[in-house]
Design a protein around this ligand. Structure first.
Ligand code: ATP
Ligand code: MG
Ligand code: FE
Length: 370
């Protein structure tokens, strides 16, 4: 089926088009620049930006794919989780298109859609798609049986188990406070590095010594981890707000002593703490659930140290790490279309047009039932 996917859960307006498992176009407009002076995504601004960007993004995507709305078999839209006002724009647009064209509409889960990119194969029509397969290493439209997904972005830090992408997805662990990307952004602000913080810290950390300071690894004490048999309450969960506070304290101490703040060392030590605990807990969750393949997703997948350490630890544990190209890791419409196509091919009924977006949609809801 030819499926149009719409994404508007955060600061990216995305429209993507797939034919079955073949990627045709992936058009994204981001309002990131408009949030810079606030040091984080401002929901109201993101919503307005979606409204501005939606129609041009849609037109560009259709034009590039060489198809019209008439040719489309179905529409898929991110229905949650995400910012309520931002989701509303994409959902309204999708409903209007569905009603006007009479095409079926699928209201789908953003997190599961991140895993959907792993299903895109290399159609001759798309160079992009062949990159996806080469890098992600997941085969033509079929996901490995024991698949996990590690999603790390500005809004999410989650480890999922996917037994079936259309109807069996389970949350193994998640952050209990800040997302990892959010921690990068907040720490970058403390260090005076600007927004978004991830790329700046990643770069600066290369000049620092990660061992110069030991920052806390959240939720790794025995009372949270338990044992392999009796699992603790947060064995596979993360917490980054204590780490952020520890960085702030550390900076204060240098300042109080009238010493120069070693920004590069702090960046390196902070990054090591984040990446250490993300990769160790993700690999533990995979090992203890018989997961053999892990797909990395979200904007923090760009982080060089996260890729390196997670890759090393996966290799030691006999797990394969799959990293799609970055434009398919960050929020986009193609992933939404890819999951929509899977739902259609699995014979799952569309969602109708009376659903409401759900900012805290659980991963167990892959698509909203009619
Ligand atoms: P969502 O949470 O809905 O998936 P988002 O817009 O919050 O979306 P993304 O756009 O996927 O998240 O990613 C943005 C985040 O990724 C920011 O927090 C940014 O700091 C972080 N990031 C980007 N590049 C890097 C990097 N090299 N290292 C660490 N973090 C990075
Ligand atoms: Mg974003
Ligand atoms: Fe996302």
């Amino acid at each position: 089926p030819l499926v149009l996917g719409i994404e508007s859960s955060c600061d990216e307006t995305g429209v993507g088009i797939v034919r079955g498992t073949t990627l045709l176009t992936n058009t994204v407009s981001s309002s990131m620049d408009e949030h810079v002076r606030f040091g984080g995504v401002i929901p109201e601004i993101a919503s307005r930006a979606h409204l501005d960007a939606f129609v041009p993004t849609l037109q560009e995507s259709l034009h590039e794919a060489g198809v019209t709305l008439d040719d489309i078999d179905a529409i898929a839209v991110t229905s949650g989780p995400g910012l309520a006002g931002a989701l509303m724009v994409g959902v309204c647009a999708a409903k209007a298109l569905a009603v006007a064209t009479g095409k079926p509409l699928y209201a789908i889960n953003h997190l599961v859609a991140h895993v959907g990119v792993g299903l895109l194969d290399s159609g001759a029509a798309s160079e992009r798609a062949s990159d996806a397969v080469a890098a992600a290493g997941l085969g033509a439209g079929k996901l490995p049986e024991n698949l996990g997904a590690l999603l790390v972005s500005g809004g999410h830090t989650e480890i999922l188990r996917i037994r079936s992408i259309t109807d069996d997805v389970e949350l193994l662990g998640s952050t209990i406070d800040d997302a990892a990307g959010e921690a990068y952004d907040k720490v970058a602000r403390i260090l005076g590095l600007g927004y978004p913080g991830g790329p700046a810290i990643d770069k600066l950390a290369r000049q620092g010594n990660p061992k110069s300071i030991r920052f806390p690894r959240g939720l790794t004490q025995p009372k949270y981890m338990g044992t392999a048999e009796e699992k603790g309450p947060h064995r596979y969960d993360w917490s980054f707000s204590g780490l952020k506070t520890a960085v702030a304290r550390c900076v204060e101490q240098f300042e109080a002593r009238g010493e120069e703040v070693p920004v590069a060392d702090i960046a390196a030590a902070f990054q090591e703490a984040v990446v250490d605990v993300i990769s160790s807990k993700a690999v533990l969750a995979c090992k203890e659930h018989g997961i053999t393949d892990v797909l990395l997703g979200g904007g923090v997948a760009a982080n060089s140290r996260l890729r390196e350490l997670t890759g090393q630890r996966c290799t030691s544990a006999g797990i394969k790490l799959h990293v799609p190209p970055l434009d398919l890791c960050t929020d986009n419409g193609a992933m939404v279309a890819a999951l929509g196509a899977q739902l259609i091919m699995a014979g799952i009924a569309p969602s109708g047009v009376s659903f409401a977006p759900d900012s805290s949609m659980p991963v167990t809801t892959v698509s909203v039932p009619a």
